[in-house]
Each structure stands twice: as C-alpha cells, then as structure tokens.
Design a binder for this molecule. Structure first.
Ligand SMILES: Cc1ncc(COP(=O)(O)O)c(C=O)c1O
Length: 406
C-alpha cells in the first residue's frame, strides 16, 4: 500500500466527512510548490483559498513566527502583550482605518462585523430593539457559523442547521438598484464581497462598488466589505475596494493576514464605529495573541516589501492572457478575474474531471459549481512559473473529456 493510500485510509476512518478533497496528500510546501508524501511536486494554484498569497513557508514570516513562539505565544486578552499594538497599528495605517479588532478565522471576523453593525444600528441609528436588518447578496460566501450559513443561498451549506438567525435578507449580486429597493429604516448594513470568490470568481459590473457606497451613505447604512479572499493584494490592489476608490465603513480581512501560517482575521473601522464595543461585549481567547501578531506583522511586510499588489496585476494579466487563448474553444464560456483571482467557466460540468487531471499533471486547482475552475496561485509566482503552469493547464483543459451525464 502506498504512503498516500495509508494516509487516506486513516483520514477516512477518523475524520468527519465535511470535505471531499482530491486524493493528494501534501507533506511539504515551499513558495508556489507543494510536495506530497511520495515526493511528487505540484504547483499550487489555490493558495489555500488565497491564504498563502505570500507563498508557502515564506522565510520572513517563518522567522518571525519561530522567534516569537520561543518567546511568548498566548496571554489571552486578560493581559496586554507587546506585539498586538504594533500589529494593529501597521494594519490600520496600511488600510487607512482608525481601529482594528483582531480575531482568528474569517467567519469570526464576519460575526464581529455583524455584531458591530447591529450595535451601531441600535445605539446610533436608533433602530428599534431587535429589529436591525443586514442586507447580503445572493451567492455570498462569508463562512460557516450558524448565523452566516443561515443567510447563504447554498442549500448544502445550511440544510439541517436551522433555525436560522433572523435579520438578514438577500439581494441580487451586482445590482445596486436591488440594494436600494431593499433598504428600510431598520437596515443597519450591507455586507458584500467586492468579488464573489467561492461563487466562482463572480465580478460585479464596473461602477458597482461606487454605486453601493453612494446608496449606503444616502440611507445611513454601513457598507461592510468582506475582503477575506479579495484583500491583501490578491486582486491587484491591497484591497479590492481600492479598484473603484471606495472607502467602506467596515472591512473584514483574514486568510493572507498570516501568509498561511496561522489563523488571523481582523475587522477594521473608524474610531466612532469601533466604540460600540466595550469590555465584555466581544472577544476571543486567541484573538490578538502575540504569536498571531508577530506573524501578521511579518505577513503584511511581505505584501508591501515584495509589492505583491503589482505582481498580482502583472502575473494575473499574463496568466489570464494564456487562458484566454482557449476562448475560441466551444466548451469555454468565459475566462474572468482580477489580479491573480482567475476563473475559467465551461458550458459543460467538466470542472471536477479537469481538476483531477490537472493534479495528475502536477497542478493543484479547485473546481466550483461543476462548470468552473478557479486559479489563485501564490502572488510571488514568477513569469517562468506562470508560463510553466499555464502550459500544463492549457494542455489538460484542451484534452477531450467525456461529459458526465446529468
Ligand atoms: C469572502 C470570504 N469570507 C469569509 C470566509 C470564511 O473564512 P474562514 O474559512 O477563515 O472562516 C471565506 C473563506 O473562504 C471567504 O472567502
């Protein structure tokens, strides 16, 4: 029995089946490369859903982590630590916000933003008690907590997990007029992904972000941008909202805030908005711990020092241009994306088959919704690596396949 088979057998026996990964068992990573337990090399075109923007085991982040882990890892927020302040200062200054609230996972960041919006609605907007509404978008993905899956439009994510949390309603993504029509005096916030990543890299029409900002301001509704996947250089800007020179009221970041080495998320807002939180109103044992803070600072340094926003733009254009050579293939519906968040959509449900074939050929990518494959390599990818990856991708995608019957 191969080492891969042994690993899969143990997982099959002991792990809950809440994922269906392709049967590759990764042991080691470096830069854009991953190596399985048999030593096979793969190019990572997923970056752990955009958490590894800086590349696997980035030496600057690893060094910061090792140094800090030997000194102090966790105090809880019962005491101060000497790393959280400088980390949040760096994050706030980079993003142009007054204050940040550190958490761990993206979903916790989203929950934090929801709590912020509700408290603000009752305290400042004078919405009657327990009547605050938050508008979300159809096709959203904001995480997996019971509240968040309650307003998901993905039945698989919510089925059997009711009763769902009230106070949310969904409007069509990319439709600013639908947002305005849905706003009531009780609307606290509009929660939106600047590009819907999990939905299959769905881009709203140009001008959407500007339009929703104007509508939110007009109706005294908070604009909350979930930049957990799109932020931190992935789409060619430090934040996607910068592509339309928009300033949201609240921004949620996660994933690449650690470069893949630790779960770190944060919510950014003005002083006035953040003041809705007082001691005891919110928190997390691990949020803002010194290890996370040291890792977060180093991860932010890498984004800036290596100009990964610029790199996402240039490498993204090169990657997209290569994929667009398939545009004349009658099976291809669309190639789309921003920076290095790229998708190719087929007319046929062949994404899973193609993703498995790609893995066999040494390229790891992810299918979404049967017809779409997402490519999101680490942003440190070089020109030669883009060329090598897209050469394999084009060969695999062009090969004929038998379409699975419905
Ligand atoms: C836009 C967005 N929000 C929230 C999340 C949830 O983050 P986490 O899995 O860290 O809870 C994700 C994860 O894919 C995401 O893409």
């Amino acid at each position: 029995m191969s080492r891969t088979d042994e690993c899969l057998e143990v997982v099959d026996r002991y792990s809950a089946r809440n994922y269906a990964p392709i049967p590759v068992v990764i042991h080691r990573g470096e830069g854009i490369y991953l190596y399985d337990v048999e030593g096979r090399e793969y190019m990572d075109m997923l970056s752990a859903y955009s958490a590894v923007n800086q590349g696997h085991q980035h030496p600057h982040i690893v060094d910061a982590m090792v140094k800090q882990v030997k000194t102090l890892a966790l105090t809880s927020r019962a005491f101060h630590n000497d790393k959280m302040g400088p980390f949040l200062q760096k994050l706030c200054e980079m993003a142009g916000f007054d204050k940040a609230l550190p958490m761990n996972t993206g979903a916790e960041g989203v929950e934090t933003a929801i709590k912020l919006a509700r408290r603000w609605a009752y305290r400042d907007k004078k919405v009657p008690a327990d009547q605050a509404e938050i508008i979300v978008c159809e096709g959203n993905f904001h995480g997996r907590t019971t509240t968040i899956v309650g307003f998901s439009s993905d039945d698989g994510a919510k089925e059997g997990f009711g009763p769902i949390t009230p106070g949310f309603k969904a409007v069509s993504y990319g439709d600013a007029a639908a947002l305005e029509a849905a706003i009531t005096p009780n609307t606290a916030a509009f929660l939106v992904e600047p590009i819907q990543g999990e939905a299959g890299v769905v881009l709203p029409p140009d001008g959407y972000l500007k339009a929703i900002q104007t509508i939110c301001k007009k109706h005294n509704v908070l604009l909350i941008c979930d930049e957990i996947q799109t932020g931190l250089c992935r789409t060619g800007n430090m934040f996607r909202f910068q592509a339309e020179a928009v300033t949201p009221d609240v921004v949620i970041v996660g994933k690449a805030l650690s470069g893949g080495l630790y779960p770190i998320s944060a919510v950014l807002a003005s002083d006035a908005l953040m003041s809705v939180f007082d001691p005891g109103s919110h928190g997390s044992t691990y949020g803002g711990n010194p290890l996370a803070s040291a890792v977060g600072m180093a991860a932010l340094d890498v984004l800036v020092d290596e100009k990964l926003d610029e790199r996402a733009r240039t490498m993204g254009a090169r990657f997209t241009a290569a994929l667009e050579t398939m545009a004349s293939d009658p099976r291809v519906k669309e190639v789309r994306g921003a920076g290095l968040l790229i998708a190719i959509e087929f007319h046929e449900p062949i994404a899973k088959i193609k993703v498995k074939a790609l893995a066999k050929a040494g390229v790891l990518a992810k299918d979404t919704h049967e017809t779409t494959i997402r490519f999101a390599p680490p942003l440190i990818i070089s020109e030669d690596q883009v060329d090598a990856a897209t050469k394999i991708i084009l060969e695999v995608l062009k090969a004929p396949v038998k379409v699975p019957s419905a």
